[in-house]
Design a protein around this ligand. Structure first.
Ligand SMILES: *Cc1c(COP(=O)(O)O)cnc(C)c1O
Ligand code: SF4
Length: 346
């Protein structure tokens, strides 16, 4: 029964039912070589050496669906900038560390983080379909998380013993990298814990690998006694088109509460028009803008940082342009705090 968490998932497992072929194929076609990405977008070879060097620290990975939404020939394309390794990542910057949000100190058992009242988070896999260069867990010690079946026992025991936990978040890495079979076993195990009411899944797959949203997956998410909540992660309006737009609508039509979180990123979405368009596209597909995150100060991501003064000004402008529900809450994660903290103008 617990096979779901017995190991870090092999997304190319041969045991998948036929219905999962499509997204596994899409995943297998992802680009991992900077040279291939640059060639596909018609970008000059001068980007190659720094990309290769920075990819040594955190490899390039991007699905073709996401690449298809990039503008060929534009080195500053906002989607490309999220995934292309560059020279800046190699520079150490004071204040930027490998565990920017105190994940390690909130680890209660292998695979289980518990920071906030009523909610616990499971790190169910270390893998992602895309490698976001600003990722706050780009240095997370995934290799020390559970691999074998027995390793998960302390996490289950803790969840069962703590009646204050009403919501379990699946995170990673990206929890939707798990096969449906593994997700199902995991969800069934959680549903056995009476005080757990809600299942929240934090995934970027609906955005970067929309094929992942299949009919069997939707059945699985809606067929449990747990109330499902999906939190996706899009940063730019250009991401919410075509197959991605369709995948989000499928989630919403299935009755799954779907929220989006965005990371405020220099040169990518730090203009009011960009954030406004992003919110508009999201609400037009039925997705509620949830959080705008101040960048976590993770080593290698300093060049993405936008000042909180700018962030506050952007929110002020958004409030003038959008319905209240379409303005995300601008938050920051502060180590040791009881919840994500709203960023206020100084
Ligand atoms: C962000 C986070 C949550 C969820 O916080 P919300 O404010 O409810 O979205 C839960 N657990 C951990 C460890 C987190 O980092
Ligand atoms: S999908 Fe999420 S966890 Fe994975 S690299 Fe991107 S930000 Fe990090």
């Amino acid at each position: 029964m617990l096979t779901v968490l017995s190991s870090f998932d092999d997304p190319l497992s041969k045991n998948n039912p036929q219905s999962l072929r499509t997204w596994h194929d899409s995943l297998a076609e992802s680009i991992r070589d900077p040279e291939v990405l640059l060639a596909k977008l018609g970008l000059p070879p001068e980007y190659l050496a720094p990309a290769r060097a920075a990819a040594q620290l955190f490899p390039l990975r991007v699905p073709l669906s996401f690449v298809a939404r990039m503008q060929a020939g534009d080195p500053n394309d906002p989607l490309l900038r999220q995934v292309l390794p560059i020279q800046h990542e190699l520079q150490a910057t004071a204040g930027f560390t490998t565990d920017a949000v105190g994940d390690c100190s909130s680890r209660r058992a292998p695979g289980l983080l518990h920071k906030y009242h009523g909610r616990a988070l499971l790190i169910v896999t270390g893998s992602c379909a895309v490698h976001c260069r600003y990722c706050f867990r780009r240095h997370y010690p995934y290799e020390s998380e559970p691999r074998r079946l027995d390793d998960w026992k302390p996490a289950w025991d803790l969840l069962e013993a703590d009646q204050s936990i009403h919501e379990v978040l699946l995170s990673g890495g990206d929890p939707m990298m798990l096969t449906d079979g593994r997700l199902k076993a995991l969800i069934e195990r959680l549903a056995e814990i009476p005080h757990v009411k809600r299942l929240r899944i934090h995934s970027r797959l609906p955005i970067v690998l929309p094929d992942r949203i299949t009919a069997p997956l939707l059945e699985l998410l809606t067929g449990t006694r747990l109330t499902p909540i999906m939190v996706v992660h899009a940063n730019h309006p250009q991401e919410i088109v075509n197959d991605c737009d369709e995948a989000l609508r499928k989630l919403v039509r299935a009755g799954i509460t779907t929220l989006n979180q965005t990371v405020l990123l220099q040169g990518i979405n730090d203009r009011v028009e960009t954030l406004e368009n992003l919110s508009e596209r999201l609400i037009d597909t039925g997705v509620i803008p949830y959080y705008l995150h101040q960048l976590d100060r993770v080593d290698g991501a300093a060049h993405f940082e936008v000042s909180t003064a700018t962030g506050c000004e952007l929110i002020k402008q958004l409030q003038k342009r959008l319905p209240g529900y379409a303005v995300p809450r601008y938050v920051q994660e502060i180590e040791g705090a009881a919840h994500k903290i709203g960023v206020e103008a100084d």
